[in-house]
Each structure stands twice: as structure tokens, then as C-alpha cells.
Design a protein around this ligand. Structure first.
Ligand code: ZN
Length: 170
């Protein structure tokens, strides 16, 4: 297992669109395990493969308090969106920034497990929000895309300034 590097906004690789996993081979299982390990190491509750620069439709989640209920979703697809709900979101790819985003309240979705089983399910609350947030990543979309352009521009400038101070950007 390995901890992977999480890309940070405004890295353009976060805009890559992930492609569907064709067969769940050992490589895919290894990627999913590494993604879980990375998510736990970064104290996140969700991670999409795009965030670790892997262009495959895989997301991992763990919404439990004890961090012992990992969920791995391969090729997740939302089939129904209902209602609206706003909540404050953050993202491992946008460190130290939180803002209010409106999403569907209730979703129906399906995915494949690592055992190649198709699961059809539905959810509301935090799980519904997370699934929408992570599938957005697979489509190259970030939660801050829902903010006003002015807010996003300010955030980009702030992050670039921070990175200069940390010496990451010359
Ligand atoms: Zn995110």
C-alpha cells in the first residue's frame, strides 16, 4: 500500500475527465486500497481517483466516526436527483477552504464493488452530498466551481500567494 500525492487547486490535472473502469483487475484493487490509505492519512471522508492523478472512475468514502466503514465505488453513476439541499463543503484538493454549496437532497445511484457486483441504491444527507462531490471530481469539476467567479478568483490568488510563501511556486 502507498500514500498517493493529492493534487491541489489550481492544478489543471484536476480538470481531467476520468474514464470508466473496464475490468476490476488487481491493478484496480491496488489503486482503491492506496486511495483509501491516502484518504485516511489526509483525514478526508472521500477521495476521487482524479485527485491522485489517476483518470479512472473510482471513488472511496468513509463517513463513519471510527473510520472503519470504507466504501469503494467503481464506475458510480447517479440516475436520479431530487430536491435541493445546501451544506458547507471542503475538499482535500482545496485545503483550508470551506463554502456553502447547493446540491440535490436525494439521489439514486449505482456502482460496482471490487467484487464486480452491481449495487443499485439511494441516499440522502451526507452520503448523497459526498457521492455528488466525488463524481464531480471524476468529471473534472470542483465544489468551488459552484461559487461566483469573483469568489473563485480571490481564492485562487490566495492559494497562489500561500504557495509562493511556502516556496512551492517560483
Ligand atoms: Zn473533493
Amino acid at each position: 500500500m502507498a500514500i498517493l500525492e493529492v493534487l491541489h487547486f489550481p492544478d489543471n490535472r484536476l480538470r481531467n475527465k476520468a474514464i470508466a473502469v473496464e475490468s476490476i483487475c488487481s491493478e484496480i484493487k491496488e489503486i482503491a486500497k492506496n486511495m483509501l490509505e491516502t484518504m485516511y492519512a489526509e483525514s478526508g471522508i472521500g477521495l476521487a481517483a482524479t485527485q491522485v492523478n489517476i483518470a479512472k472512475r473510482i471513488i472511496v468514502l468513509d463517513l463513519s466516526e471510527e473510520k472503519n466503514e470504507p466504501l469503494i465505488l467503481v464506475n458510480p453513476v447517479i440516475t436520479k436527483l431530487e430536491g435541493t439541499e445546501t451544506s458547507r463543503e471542503g475538499c482535500l484538493s482545496v485545503p483550508d477552504y470551506y463554502d456553502t454549496v447547493e446540491r440535490a437532497e436525494h439521489i439514486e445511484f449505482n456502482y460496482k464493488t471490487l467484487d464486480n457486483q452491481l449495487v443499485k441504491t439511494d441516499s440522502d444527507g451526507l452520503l448523497a452530498i459526498c457521492v455528488q462531490h466525488e463524481i464531480d471530481h471524476l468529471d473534472g469539476k470542483l465544489f468551488i466551481d459552484y461559487l461566483s467567479p469573483l469568489k473563485r478568483q480571490r481564492l485562487k490568488k490566495k492559494i497562489e500567494k500561500q504557495e509562493k510563501q511556502e516556496g512551492k511556486v517560483l
